[in-house]
Ligand binder design. Structure first.
Ligand code: NAG
Ligand code: NAG
Ligand code: NAG
Ligand code: NAG
Length: 351
């Protein structure tokens, strides 16, 4: 019997509420517990890190970016390589692209029309906006200016041409890791030489003034600069050497004609051979023949004997195995500039 006034417990419902409450309670407790443990763990790891991290690592982690960028960092980490970037007109900003791969040599195919020099491989590819100055001269000048900041530390700076690897004339070249390395600019004349030459000489002006970055011949000696200009294609040798007291451009002499004695380091810094014509074609699966290797060796030796650098163009581009085999032989034989259309392949190949 139940006492009066007592309400009979509603057994089932209360039991259910109790059960749910306990469940929520233990779940909240569990969540809190997990949160606490994670917090404790992270505090503990921070303490451990602070205690055990070396001072240098802490410095690195906290060093502000504004203090770590230096003026000439544009080409930092890029290793200059003896590669000549061929068929440059394919690239959007040819000079920057070639330099980003570490090519120390670039080429501009120029077409002269009424005093302007347009860039392209054939007439159909020319446009008003792609000129020798906009794609080559100005970008090179801009890079050189940024590698030679006028700061309290550099100004005034004394030149020192004598030490190998030192910046020439006290100025840096394009390569941050090797400021003494010149950059070769081949200008390939696609229009008649006597009209094109004076325009090319005039359009190099931004690399000449107010700061002279060009390698020049002063009548007796060649003085190395940050950019060395080579004239090729329809470039006329006789007009190039007409000024015997000062010139800041050089002739790209034919490698196979060096023995005639016209070409000396006073007028020719690099001589080039057309691979297909001078050496012949290379058959897939066979590689270069003994005779072909002999030709290459003899031509390179002839150039080096005269203090002239050697380059081949028109080297096979395909099949890839033939291209790589030829590149390998040329490097082994001591070629000074390796012609490449595929800059990525040439710069990353495991020689
Ligand atoms: C050439 O450059 C000018 C100025 O930068 C621009 O307005 C024009 O659209 C460009 N023309 C072509 C064909 O790209
Ligand atoms: C370069 O030119 C100077 C002056 O004409 C001459 O004395 C010198 O022999 C030339 N150098 C070479 C390698 O021909
Ligand atoms: C040419 O350069 C050489 C080497 O730097 C120097 O000794 C010579 O005086 C220069 N000649 C002229 C005419 O400037
Ligand atoms: C050679 O070039 C220099 C520099 O441009 C110039 O001052 C000189 O008059 C030129 N000499 C001749 C003979 O053209």
């Amino acid at each position: 019997m139940l006492a009066a006034g007592t309400v009979p417990p509603i057994e089932g419902a209360v039991g259910r509420y109790n059960c749910l409450g306990r469940l929520i309670g233990s779940f909240s407790f569990f969540v809190l517990f997990v949160l606490c443990v994670t917090q404790l763990f992270s505090i503990a790891t921070t303490i451990v890190r602070v205690i055990y991290t070396t001072n240098l690592q802490t410095l690195l982690l906290n060093f502000p970016l504004s203090k770590s960028v230096y003026p000439t960092s544009r080409t930092r980490d890029i290793l200059p390589k003896p590669i000549h970037s061929h068929n440059d007109y394919w690239r959007r900003v040819p000079a920057y692209t070639a330099i980003s791969y570490g090519c120390i040599s670039i080429e501009a195919d120029v077409w002269e029309y009424s005093g302007e020099l347009f860039i392209g491989h054939d007439v159909a590819s020319l446009t008003r906006n792609r000129t020798f100055r906009s794609l080559y001269v100005d970008p090179l000048r801009e890079m050189l200016d940024s590698q030679n900041p006028d700061t309290e530390f550099t100004h005034p700076r004394k030149g020192d041409d004598e030490e190998p690897g030192e910046p020439v004339g006290g100025r840096n070249g394009i390569w941050d890791v090797d400021p003494g390395q010149t950059t070769h600019l081949f200008v390939d004349f696609k229009t008649p030489g006597h009209n094109t030459l004076p325009v090319v000489i005039a359009h190099l002006e931004a690399l000449r003034t107010p700061v002279n970055y060009l390698t020049y011949f002063n009548g007796t000696h060649v003085v190395r600069g940050q950019i060395t200009v080579h004239l090729t294609g329809d470039a006329p040798f006789d007009s190039i050497v007409a000024n015997s007291t000062y010139r800041d451009y050089f002739y790209d002499a034919p490698l196979r004609d060096l023995s005639n004695g016209r070409y000396t380091p006073n007028n020719t810094i690099v001589a080039s051979g057309q691979f297909g014509r001078d050496v012949g074609s290379v058959i897939w699966g066979r590689g270069m023949t003994k005779e072909q290797k002999h030709i290459v060796r003899a031509q390179i030796a002839e150039a080096h004997k005269r203090g002239i650098m050697a380059r081949y163009w028109d080297t096979p581009g395909w099949p890839i195995s033939v291209r790589n085999a030829v590149w390998g032989v040329l490097m082994q034989e001591g070629v000074d500039l390796l012609n490449a259309d595929d800059l990525k392949a040439a710069s990353y190949l495991d020689w």
